[in-house]
Structures are given as C-alpha cells and as structure tokens.
Design a protein around this ligand. Structure first.
Ligand SMILES: Cc1cc2nc3c(=O)[nH]c(=O)nc-3n(C[C@H](O)[C@H](O)[C@H](O)COP(=O)(O)OP(=O)(O)OC[C@H]3O[C@@H](n4cnc5c(N)ncnc54)[C@H](O)[C@@H]3O)c2cc1C
Length: 415
C-alpha cells in the first residue's frame, strides 16, 4: 500500500485533494451511460486528486507517483463515456482543468494548455481574430481540448475536416512521460498518432497546438422528412454540395426528434425524421434553395427565432447518447450492423446479433471498407464514396435511435 502521507509531502506546493467524497467525484466520467459499465465501475475511486497549475507540477507529480508505484489517470472534464478517465486501480487522478491558458493565437493556429474548455477556446480565438477550431465534440461546452485529443475522435466540423487522427488536424503536442525522470516530448507529424486517442496511457499532454478555421455564426437548421431514408439521402446529397458551407449534417430517425427534442418539439411533427444541419450564414440562401429542391421541409432555423435562450445547440441534439435501435437499409450502401452489449467491446455482424436493448448500426461504404464509425459511442457515420472527393474522411453523423437518458433509465429498470 503506497504511503499517501509521504506522497502528499513530496507534492507540497501542488494542489492535492484527499477528501474521499471529492476524490470520488473526480474519479467519475460519463461511464454511467452504460448500465453495464455503471454496474462494473461504480466502486472505482482514486486515493488522491492532484491539480497541477503548470507543466513543472505535472513533471513533479509523475516523478513522485513513479517512485511510489502509484498509477496516474489524467482527467480533463470527465465527459468521456466509457470510463477512460476513471482510476481503475486507484492512485492519483491528475486533474488538468487548472492548466487552461491560451498561450498564442496566430492565423490558422492556436497554442494552449490542455485543460481549457473547448467552447472557451473557440470563444477566445473568435474574439481575437474570427477563428475557431476546425471541429469539436458535442460536449464542447464542458470538455477540454486535452481530453478531446486523448479520448475523442471527431465531431462537429468533421464533415469538412475529417477526424483528429487525420494528419494535419493536430499540429503539435507537448507530452510528459511517466518514468523515473519524466521526459518532455514535442510531437509532430505521424508521431502525434501515438498520443491522439491513446487515453493518456503513454503520457500527459501539457501543451497543444491546433489548426484553426474561419469562425461563423453558424445557423442551426432542422430539416424534416416523413421517411428516415429520405432524410439520409438528403443528408448525403447535401454533404456532396461543396458550394454550401456546413459544419454538421446529422439525420436522426423518428421517433427521437418529436419524442425527445423537448425544446424543439413545437417545430417537429410526430413521425418526422429530421436532419440537423449547421449552415454558415452566407450559405443559407443556397442551402434553402437546395433543401427545397430535395423536398425537405425546413422546420426550424435558429436565426429566425426570437431568442435561443434555453434551446440547445443543434449539435447537442445530433449526438444521441443512449441506446440505439432500429435502422433500415439504404440500398446505396452495403452495411453491417454492430451490437454493443457493453459499449466497450463491440463486434460487427451482418445481422442484429441479439435482441439486446442496445443495438448500434455500423455503416460501411460502397467500396466495402469500414466507414469512420464510432459504434462504441453509439453513433455511426457514412463515409462518402471516394470517387471525385476532395476529402474521403468527410462524414455524416447518422442516428437511428431511440434516445435520451430517460430511455436508458427505463431500460435499466426494465432489466
Ligand atoms: C453526450 C456526449 C457526446 C459526445 N460527443 C462526442 C463527439 O462528438 N466526438 C468525440 O470525439 N467525443 C464525444 N464524446 C466523448 C467526450 O465527451 C469527448 O471525447 C471529450 O472531448 C472528452 O473531453 P474531456 O475533457 O471530458 O476528457 P476526459 O473524459 O476527462 O478524458 C478523456 C480521456 O483523455 C485522457 N486525458 C484527459 N486529459 C488528458 C491530458 N491532458 N493528457 C493525456 N490524457 C488526457 C483521460 O484519461 C481519458 O482517457 C461525447 C461524450 C458525451 C457524453
């Protein structure tokens, strides 16, 4: 058993928390979305939470932890949903939230600390020079940039830019290793792949350099269709319209929209599937004309409502975080469906593999290669055909699901 009193002494000057209730609070992420993980991980807690203010304090913490044989689990904002930020073997939770400074903003890039909340980062780069991150997760309002790089994969904006692991979408990372004498590494190029989506298992990100894109006052639009597959075809066609600048296209099957989009409900008829789109203001006329030509019904436009107070961002609707259910087959794509009994292990199967409440479609593109699909995240994507494309990684986020936390709770009770 490590001597935590001694460890605390050796970490003198660094913020250390050992109150069990507070430590337990910081030992959680959104693991509870899965009833299975909830049962498995509920007891997990660290022994200490250490909150460094700078890289020197990170190095000191890792050095001490290594010397005492204590595991370290980095944490951004704890919005990951598979227990990635949870200290399975106790030890130290390294809370990076206090390392939240922007260091430099330049045309096309920003250098910052890992603990800054993504929405804050976007706000500051926008105020500074009308720029924003190329893409962000649906949890941008709470998630940190370091947690996104270490635990995320892509999201809102990936329709244009692809994912985090596409070369060029991270410029540089500064990483501290955990060993007797921690090393500080500056990673670029393909080396970034060693750390991106590695869950902090091989080092702590202490500085991030990310590319920026022009910022817009994106307009949230909901486009309605009576048939889900019509909404998917529309989404696919819109994604191929290179002249219309969009940041998100997400078809969502009925009954989710009317049943669960509480604030948007007045705009949506029962039985309608919707496509959530984020459109640049200068593209809205072209977008409206295109949508009319595709027989889509514009149900909601954020630039037309008096106040958006209390109305969630479109991208927060587009990510459905609980169980997925039925999906019909789009003849344009050959696809397989995946079952995710526990959201960690998932397998691909040509059929629904069991009558579990959790079923997640993994969509394959027409060339037969797997689409960028995050079945574990209960979200699937269609990767468009490569032919004639500038970027093969552009993806549409599709949800054919019954959603909302309430559903998960109900299912759990039923189980
Ligand atoms: C409703 C919902 C929607 C989501 N939507 C998306 C989405 O669209 N796209 C997407 O990619 N993800 C998504 N996620 C997953 C998650 O929210 C994001 O990946 C988010 O960016 C994680 O950031 P965080 O600060 O909360 O990281 P955390 O959850 O705290 O950490 C994530 C992982 O990174 C590690 N880590 C954290 N900081 C560091 C660091 N400085 N150095 C090294 N390792 C570190 C942690 O140990 C953990 O393994 C979603 C989750 C939910 C609940």
């Amino acid at each position: 058993m490590p001597d935590y009193q001694k460890i605390k002494q050796e970490l003198e000057g660094i913020a250390v928390e050992d109150n069990p209730a507070l430590v337990r609070q910081k030992s959680r992420d959104f693991y509870w979305y899965s009833p299975i993980l909830k049962a498995q991980l509920d007891g997990v807690t660290a022994d200490l939470v250490v909150t460094p203010k700078n890289e020197a304090e990170v190095i000191q913490t890792l050095k001490v932890a290594f010397a005492h044989g204590v595991p370290v689990t980095p944490r951004g904002a704890g919005t990951g949903n598979y227990g990635q930020a949870m200290p399975l073997s106790g030890g130290i939770v390294l809370n990076l939230a206090a390392m939240d400074q922007i260091k430099e903003i330049h045309p096309g890039r920003v250098i910052c600390e890992p603990g800054i909340v993504i929405a804050q980062l976007d706000k500051q780069t926008k105020a500074h020079s009308g720029q924003e991150l190329r893409f962000h997760p649906s949890t941008a309002q709470t998630a940190t940039i370091g947690g996104f790089i270490a635990g995320g994969s892509g999201g809102v904006g990936s329709i244009t830019w692809g994912g985090l692991r596409d070369i060029g979408n991270i410029i540089r990372l500064r990483v501290v290793t955990m060993e007797a004498e921690p090393r500080v590494l500056d990673l670029t190029g393909w080396d970034l792949q060693k750390v991106s989506h590695a869950y902090g298992t091989n080092g702590i990100i202490t500085e991030v350099e990310m590319p920026l894109a022009p910022a817009y006052d994106w307009v949230d639009v909901l486009v309605g269709y009576d048939a889900f597959m019509d909404s998917v075809r529309y989404a696919d066609a819109l994604a191929k319209c290179n002249g219309i600048l969009v940041k998100e296209i997400a078809p969502i099957a009925s009954p989710i929209p009317h049943r669960y989009f509480t604030r948007h409900k007045p705009y949506i008829r029962e039985g309608q599937s919707v496509v959530v789109v984020m459109v640049a203001p200068h593209s809205i006329d072209a977008f409206s004309a295109f949508t009319a030509s595709q027989k889509g019904e514009i149900l909601f436009r954020s630039d037309k409502v008096e106040s958006m107070k209390g109305i969630p961002h479109g991208y927060e609707l587009a990510w459905n975080h609980t169980t997925l259910r039925a999906l019909k087959v789009d003849p344009e794509y050959t696809y397989l469906q995946a079952s995710i009994p526990d959201r960690i292990m998932w397998k691909r199967s040509p059929k629904w593999s069991r009558s579990s409440a959790m079923k997640c479609p993994a969509i394959w593109n027409s060339s037969g290669s797997a689409a960028r699909s995050s079945a574990r995240a209960c979200r699937s994507s269609v990767t468009r055909r490569r032919r004639g494309w500038r970027r093969s990684s552009r993806s549409i986020r599709i949800t054919a699901a019954r959603s909302s936390t309430r559903t998960a709770i109900r299912l759990k009770k039923a189980a």
